[in-house]
Design a protein. Structure first.
Length: 507
């Protein structure tokens, strides 16, 4: 962390000639998680038709993965610091592949929710381990920035590969096939990773505290569940009790970490303004974007009538923009400043989301494609630089825990965003006025309305679908507007919190 350590770090970097090959293995794990997240959105209409979930169950299928992974990331990142990041990465990847099979063959909404939750347990081991290994593989600031850029670009590429590959599979096979594409990636990752990845861990980690693990899990799930239920159903006692229990558990977790000689998470990390600012920016950014991400595939398929493969291609500009921005973000942050790149990227995303409030049921693709390109570029700049700031702010022995905090912010933001913004879309949609004979299940979700229309007289079905689609788009307008406000506010906040932060000085 100081200039006196730079020669030693340079020497250590020179002794790792296979670090770039090892990075290729790490980005496979990132690809695994990114593909899984994106194909779910694309498969949602088919899951709705086959499993017939209620609107609430559909939201649970979408966000239970984020709930569980957010609750376990800190614990798993700390566990990797203790038992070895290579070990936990390869074990988690194996479990991720096996549980993907359970997702593929789920036969009820309840089983699908359980399978997604178990996948969250496995997924919690992957992302912190990849970033922590990058922190230990690349000691030179510029090399690490490039490695983090490649890491982020791969995640963005996965958002493109997922919908395209998933769209192809959905047009030729059943929806469960989109989860089975995880298996070959997992196999390559494990077989090659065994030979190429170096093991790294904290040499003096202390014990892995089970009480802290349980407090973190209960706290995160309790708070996020409460937000989701209160946003969906209003103020009732069960979610209020869950929220209070979650808040109490998180308070207990923080207090326990402050009093332990070897905590799972060193709370002193948050005293670093750059670290705290980057984590907060990530959380709010994902919160603002997540409603769009979750409902975009439904808009493209169920509102505009695109085929799955075509819908996947339609989302490609966001991934392309993020890949390009991620690869040059480190250089841009050094040439200008960290806060200029992060705040500028977030402001661009906010403005693009504002443009999406003008979407209609028949809006031409150029408007949507241009907005998605800007979203991808802005997010690519922001996420890459904040990840670099977070890694640069901590000693390499704590890289797993710090990476887990970064990923927790991401997953918590996704869960809260889907809960809050998703509930806006769902709440507006449920109030649509259909013609006489509209079945109650059509109000649960747009997918349910499309399915119900197949069993109705053509004229009535057409009227119902027109009303349902208009209502869905109106909800999407409100969610996009709320997301735009969050992103623009986050851009202003990041400008102040990241003042004086410099990637070059953080080695």
């Amino acid at each position: 962390m100081t200039s006196t350590l730079q020669p030693a770090r340079a020497a250590e970097a020179e002794q790792r000639p296979g670090r770039w090959l090892a990075l290729c293995v790490l980005v496979l794990a990132v690809l695994l998680v990114a593909v899984d997240a994106t194909v779910l959105g694309l498969a949602t209409p088919y899951i709705s038709e086959d499993l017939n979930p209620s609107g609430t169950q559909l939201l649970w299928i979408g966000d239970v993965y984020s709930f569980v992974i957010a609750g376990l990331l800190v614990s798993m990142g700390s566990l990797g610091d203790r038992i070895g990041r290579k070990r936990i990465l390869l074990g988690g990847a194996t479990a991720f592949g096996a549980i993907s099979v359970l997702n593929a063959y789920a036969t009820t909404p309840e089983l699908m929710i359980l399978a997604r939750a178990l996948l969250g347990v496995a997924g919690a081991t992957l992302m912190p381990a990849t970033l922590a290994l990058i922190r230990n593989l690349f000691h030179h600031p510029r090399e690490r920035s490039l490695a983090v850029g490649i890491w982020g670009a791969t995640a963005s590429a996965g958002t493109a590969v997922g919908p395209i590959a998933g769209g192809f599979l959905l047009e030729h096979f059943w929806w469960g096939s989109v989860f089975l594409i995880n298996l070959p990636v997992m196999a390559v990752l494990v077989l090659v990773g065994i030979r190429t990845l170096p093991e790294s861990r904290n040499p003096n980690p202390g014990p892995w505290d089970l009480a802290s693990v349980l407090l973190s899990l209960v706290g995160m799930i309790g708070v996020v569940y409460a937000v989701k239920e209160l946003a969906t159903h209003g103020v009732t006692w069960p979610p209020l009790a869950a929220g209070l229990l979650g808040a109490a558990a998180l308070y207990g977790f923080v207090h326990r970490q402050l009093t332990m000689p070897a905590p799972l998470l060193d709370m002193r990390l948050f005293r670093h303004r750059g670290f705290s600012g980057a984590v907060l920016a990530d959380l709010l950014t994902v919160l603002g974007m997540s409603g769009l991400v979750f409902f975009l595939s439904q808009y493209l398929q169920l509102v505009q009538g695109r085929r799955p493969f075509e819908a996947g291609l339609a989302e490609l500009p966001a991934a392309v923009g993020a890949v390009v921005a991620g690869l040059i973000a480190g250089g841009a942050a050094r040439r200008f400043s960290v806060r200029a790149v992060v705040s500028g990227g977030l402001a661009a995303v906010g403005l693009a989301l504002a443009v999406l409030t003008t979407l209609g049921t028949s809006t031409g693709y150029p408007v949507l494609g241009a907005a998605l390109l800007v979203v991808g570029i802005g997010a690519g700049f922001s996420f890459t630089v904040t990840a670099d700031v977070i890694l640069s702010s901590v000693p390499k022995e704590q890289a797993g825990a710090a990476s887990a905090v970064s990923e927790t912010a991401y997953e918590l933001g996704a869960a809260l965003g889907i809960a809050l913004l998703g509930s806006i879309v769902t709440g507006v949609y449920r109030d649509f006025t259909g013609p006489a004979g509209t079945p109650p299940q059509a109000h649960e979700s747009l997918g349910a309305a499309v399915e119900a229309a197949t069993k109705m007289p053509p004229h009535t079905a057409g009227q119902m679908l027109e009303a349902a689609r208009e209502s869905f788009v109106h909800g999407l307008h409100l969610a996009s507007g709320a997301g735009a406000a969050v992103l623009l506010g986050t851009a202003a906040t990041a400008w102040f919190l990241l003042k004086g932060q410099n990637l070059e000085s953080a080695g």
